[in-house]
Write a protein that binds this ligand. Sequence first.
Ligand code: COA
Length: 379
Amino acid sequence: MTAADKPKAGLEDTVATSSAICYLDGDRGVLAYCGYDIHELARHATFEEVCYLLWHRRLPTRAELGDLQSQLAASRPLPEPVIRLMKSLPQGDGMDALRTLTSALSHYDPDARDSSPQANYRKAVRLTAQLGTLVATSGRVNAGGGPIAPDPVLGQAGNFLYMLTGERPSALATRAFDVALILHADHELNASTFAARVAAATLTDIHSAVVAAIGTLKGPLHGGANAEVMKMLLDIGASAGVEKAEEVVRARLARKEKIPGFGHRVYHTEDPRATHLRQMSRDLGQRAGQTTWFEMSQRIEALVKAEKKLHPNVDFYSASTYHVLGIAIDLFTPIFAVSRVSGWTAHVLEQYANNRLIRPRAEYIGPEYPQRYRPVEQR
Ligand SMILES: CC(C)(COP(=O)(O)OP(=O)(O)OC[C@H]1O[C@@H](n2cnc3c(N)ncnc32)[C@H](O)[C@@H]1OP(=O)(O)O)[C@@H](O)C(=O)NCCC(=O)NCCS
């Protein structure tokens, strides 16, 4: 291995595959799905249209969208044994439950033994529909409620809020959640998508690839950051005021701790998703008469920008947005998965379509070769 082969820590700036799904320019703060700028999609599209776009690389016609909506609606109800398993799990981390239950879904999938492109597409649609139901129902069951059957009239965003709360969500809450789903749907070779592609490249099944992705998303350096942001805000306390927020964050920075929701491997400027989530956090906070979380977040943003020149990422303002929507912290990262499963499956289908095993090399830095084996009594 030559000096030129030396790996970059964390594979920074390493181009690991070709993909037609997501365009990312970290210097200009551009994110686009199949050529469509995220701002354009956040203003005009629905999550279902975005799913179709990611899976087919083009927006659907009205008839195609109608077909997809029907397929999603038909796929939303969960197999009864999976609901029983959900109820039997100990209460704990929502991502642990999601990982186990997604794995369980594979046992009941009608296409479990079929890995044709058509069956894999059906499984991508099914997984996307089912993950929304899984997370909403888990949230409801953990809060002591009974499962609520999905309503075929509602879309993915409306159904999620309905199955979680048991109440018909307002148009504002539904649209806010729909936009949050759009913003989280894909992000090129982020850690969980890379994990999914590595798994898929062994030609394992799509459920296994999605389970690998869920386990990866859970980490606090990835999707787990949104829950950490809210824990930080709650630790500061709604009544403590913005000065206290500044004091707490300053102390954390002095201790060289990372502030959740800031920094990004690719963006060196504003994360375009944060632009929308900041606005949503402000608008929803004002409507709900709970502006404290937004004000606190803004003060933290200004401080971290001034002290560390770091911008908020997708996780920072999504925390206060979900909190104001009345969603429990334990569901924040699972909600990320409810959206990102569309991107994971799009990447898995792309990987299957033009596959080669992903098997990189490591620079060896261990003991010198060769070492002589000595019997255990001589060591
Ligand atoms: C996202 C993240 C993992 C990217 O990390 P990365 O590209 O590996 O960058 P590093 O962790 O090497 O950080 C580079 C420098 O910025 C600092 N930094 C990065 N993110 C920081 C944060 N959130 N708070 C404070 N400092 C941070 C690091 O301490 C490091 O400083 P140093 O060079 O003085 O040691 C990182 O920014 C992070 O941990 N953020 C918090 C978790 C988070 O919000 N994750 C969600 C990402 S969408």
